[in-house]
Design a protein around this ligand. Structure first.
Ligand SMILES: *[C@@H]1O[C@H](CO)[C@@H](O)[C@H](O)[C@H]1NC(C)=O
Ligand SMILES: *[C@@H]1O[C@H](CO)[C@@H](O)[C@H](O)[C@H]1NC(C)=O
Length: 523
């Protein structure tokens, strides 16, 4: 009886939040405005193709870097994705690459090693929470405004060793802790398909810039969905790697030990073929465990799927069009590869948000009220929330609201939290057994496409859809599946058991072939 009442109460709350979301959305009418046309065909080539052309001398790295710098200047006024750039230095580095390649091609020097670099002369971008020496390093926190990185993050050094050239740094939510890329330093990023909508987050500037052809490939991090959520909102590919494969030193906030099983870096890109070269370039020696060069026989896969999270009454229902895209994808694999398709019904999936909250609090951790104050003494979130109404707070509203809620939540040592963690352990064992070494799991990335600005607080818990694979330590790839009826991207994620990233990436490549992948937001 009590449960039924509670369920009814949650459903009612959901309906109320939906109404608020609609009202706020109406205050902010759609701005479906096509971005400037793409006049340079360089911007429509994958990194694999560009790399081949640069290495054969058919194209110069400088041309590629220049094309992207120009495009950034063109789209930035629309999407506000870039927070810092290094165009001059990048062009210098590109010319240096061109000089070396010319020498090799003319037989002056023998440097085969140089030609084996996967990203030789290719530009990339990175979110503003991962350090690039001498560039802004503030993670969107007003308290860190003006801070510059004194060193490169390891992943940036790895990318540079692979020949990559950093061009720009992109917008994130405050401390990369929410999924709307809006902060008190740079303001909010806009969705390239409809400027009145969010880019998602926390790698929101990355996803928006890549979707708008302002970047070829980008570096993201994902502890709750920060690669996949913006990839979903902006219609690009985003791969959350198995944790431990790509080094994570050099990010803000520096991860607590307890976060390590859930946090990982990964690439965002327009073309699915670019995921693997980027992954190899970003990773450390652990990449061997992924067997990325081993061919995937798609006909040997088993496809498991769920069209929703098992019914969390506080989450938005999964939209018809997202469900349809998943059904079409499943049907495609069934027809073309005759693979086994199994629909799962795991009710435990719906507790994702709670699993995540308590997973983050395992071991040493900081309360959100202290995290917001750069891990110093706690702020008073209620007071700040009231101040924020009058634009007097240094912090963003969704995080203040979460910090208030945190005050009332049961402690990680409570019976409630302990029983949740046991439930999660059981779910993990169950899923590891189900997926084995040849299973992939189709699951929504978000139940609805990108929402209007300022409305994420009404559908905040929807990010449970991505968080579930963080708490399970699974890899997952977001796959764009075209535009929905409101002309904004739809899609879903494909997960697998740990270290089977090559399966989800192979599925992403196949879905791109079959359904077209990224769609241009320009004419
Ligand atoms: C850091 O990365 C930049 C950008 O690629 C590179 O030019 C520079 O040499 C690196 N610095 C160090 C100290 O490794
Ligand atoms: C809020 O305050 C900041 C300065 O702290 C100012 O730049 C901004 O324009 C203000 N926003 C509004 C909506 O008044």
């Amino acid at each position: 009886m009590f449960e039924t009442l509670l369920h009814f109460f949650f459903k009612l709350s959901r309906a109320l939040l939906d109404c608020l979301s609609i009202v706020f959305g109406l205050l902010n009418p759609s701005k479906v405005r096509r971005l400037p046309p793409i006049s340079d065909s360089i911007l429509l080539r994958s990194s694999v193709e560009l790399s081949r052309k640069i290495k054969s001398g058919e194209l110069r790295s400088e041309q590629v870097v220049k094309a992207y710098c120009k495009r950034i200047e063109q789209v930035q006024p629309f999407i506000n994705a870039v927070v810092d750039s290094r165009f001059e230095k990048a062009l210098e580095e590109a010319r240096e690459v061109d000089r070396k390649i010319a020498e090799i091609l003319s037989g002056k020097v023998d440097e085969e090693l140089l030609l084996s670099k996967p990203l030789l002369g290719l530009p990339f971008t990175c979110k503003d929470s991962i350090a690039i020496k001498d560039m802004n390093f503030d993670a969107g926190s007003l308290l860190l405004k003006g801070n510059k990185a004194t060193n490169n993050a390891t992943v940036i050094n790895n990318l540079c060793k692979s020949g990559g050239i950093p061009v720009a740094l992109t917008n994130v939510p405050e401390l990369v802790l929410w999924w709307d890329s809006d902060n008190r330093i740079y303001g909010r990023g806009n969705n390239p398909y409809d400027l009145s909508r969010i880019t998602g987050g926390s790698s929101g500037g990355e996803a928006a810039l890549i979707a708008a052809c302002g970047s070829l490939v980008g570096v993201g991090s994902d502890i709750g969905g920060s690669i996949r959520l913006p990839s979903m909102c902006c219609g690009v590919f985003g791969h959350r790697t198995t944790p431990g494969v790509i080094p994570i030193e050099g990010m803000y906030p520096p991860p607590c030990d307890g976060w390590l099983p859930y946090l990982s870096f990964g690439p965002l890109c327009r073309y699915a073929v670019d995921i693997i070269p980027m992954l190899k370039a970003m990773a450390g020696p652990e990449v061997e465990r992924l067997n990325l060069d081993k061919k995937v026989d798609l006909s040997k896969l088993k496809i498991y799927y769920m069209l929703n999270d098992g019914g969390n009454p506080l989450n938005s229902p999964v939209s018809e069009e997202i469900q349809l895209s998943m059904k079409q994808a499943v049907k495609y694999f069934e027809n073309k590869y005759k693979v086994e398709i199994i629909k799962l019904d795991l009710k435990e999936m719906r507790d994702a948000f709670l699993f995540w909250i308590y997973a983050m609090k395992s071991g040493d951790y900081y309360t959100l009220s202290s995290e917001l104050n750069l891990r110093k003494n706690e702020i008073n979130p209620l007071l700040e929330l009231i101040k924020s109404i009058f634009n007097l707070s240094r912090f963003t509203r969704p995080l203040l609201l979460l910090a208030c809620l945190e005050k009332f939540s049961p402690s990680p040592d409570s019976k409630f939290a302990k029983s949740l963690m046991r439930k999660l352990d059981n779910l993990k064992l169950k899923l590891l057994k189900i997926l084995g070494s040849d299973g992939v799991f189709f699951y929504p990335t978000l139940p609805i496409p990108a929402v209007k600005h300022k409305t994420t607080i009404f559908s905040g818990l929807n990010c449970g859809y991505t968080m579930i694979f963080n708490v399970l330590s699974f890899p997952a790839t977001h796959c764009p599946m075209g535009l929905g009826k409101e002309n904004v991207p739809i899609g879903f994620q494909v997960a697998s058991s740990p270290f089977n990233d090559r399966l989800t990436i192979a599925v992403a490549c196949e879905l791109e072939r079959a359904f077209g992948g990224w769609v241009s937001p320009s004419f």
